[in-house]
Design a protein around this ligand. Sequence first.
Ligand SMILES: C[S@@+](CC[C@H](N)C(=O)[O-])C[C@H]1O[C@@H](n2cnc3c(N)ncnc32)[C@H](O)[C@@H]1O
Length: 252
Amino acid sequence: MSARQSWNPELYEARHAFVWQLGAGVIELLEPKAGERILDLGCGTGQLTERIAQGGAQVTGLDASAEMIGQARQNYPKLEFVLDDAAKMRYEGEFDAVFSNAALHWMPDAEAVARAIARALKPGGRLVAEFGGKGNIAQIEQALDAVLAAFGATRSEKRNYFPSIAEYAAVLERAGLETRMAQLFERPTPLEGEAGMANWLRQFRGHTLEAIEPARREAALAEVVARLRPVLHGESGWYADYRRLRVIAVKV
Ligand SMILES: C[S@@+](CC[C@H](N)C(=O)[O-])C[C@H]1O[C@@H](n2cnc3c(N)ncnc32)[C@H](O)[C@@H]1O
C-alpha cells in the first residue's frame, strides 16, 4: 500500500457505515448497466461493490488492505475481490467504468493511479469517483497537528491527497482522461454517538497517533477530541468537516 494505513473492518462496518451509505449518490452518477464490466477501486468491505452488482453489472472490487478484502469476501462470497494496490494494477482496456468512493484520497501517488485507471478502461470508458477534496477535514487536521506538537511528536506519515478541481482535472488529463463533470462541495457528516469523534480518529487517524508513544496515545486522542468539541460538536452531536470532490471523466 502506498501510504501507511491501518484498516479495521469491524470498526469500519460498525461505526462508519455512513461512508458507503453516502456513496449511494455516486452510484446514481455511475448509472451501471447490466452486462457492463466495472472496477470498484478501494472497495473496502464491499457494500457498494454489491450495490453495483445488483443492477446486473459484472463487478470486480479491488483494495490494498488484506483485512478489508478478507471482510468483503466474507460478506459477498459470490463477488470477485482482488487484493492489489491501485497504483500498480495492470488491467488493460477491460472495464466500461471505474468507480471509486471515499478511497482516492488514500492513494498519494495520484498520477500513477490515474494512469492505471486510464489503462484499465476501454476507450470511451468512464471514471466516476467521489473522495476528499481541497480543505477536507481541515479542522480535524489542525487539531491533530497541534496535539502532536504538544506531545512532542512529529507527524511523518504521508498526508491524504485532497486536491482542488483544477489540480485533479490536470492529473486526469495527463493520464488521458477528460473531465466531464467536477464538483467540490462541503458535506458536514454526522458521526454516531458521543464517542463519534474518538471513533473516527481511531479508524482514520490510528496511523497518525502511532507517532505518540503507546502509553500517552489515549491522552492525546482525548486532547484532540477536547479541542474539536467547540468546533465540530453541535446540537445534534459530532460531525466531521468533510469537503468532497466528485468527478466524471472519460478515457479519450
Ligand atoms: C474509506 S475506505 C472506502 C471503502 C469503500 N469504497 C466504501 O465506500 O465503503 C478506503 C479504502 O481504500 C483502500 N485503499 C487505500 N489505498 C489504496 C490503494 N493504494 N489501492 C487500493 N486500495 C486502497 C483502503 O484499504 C480502504 O479499504
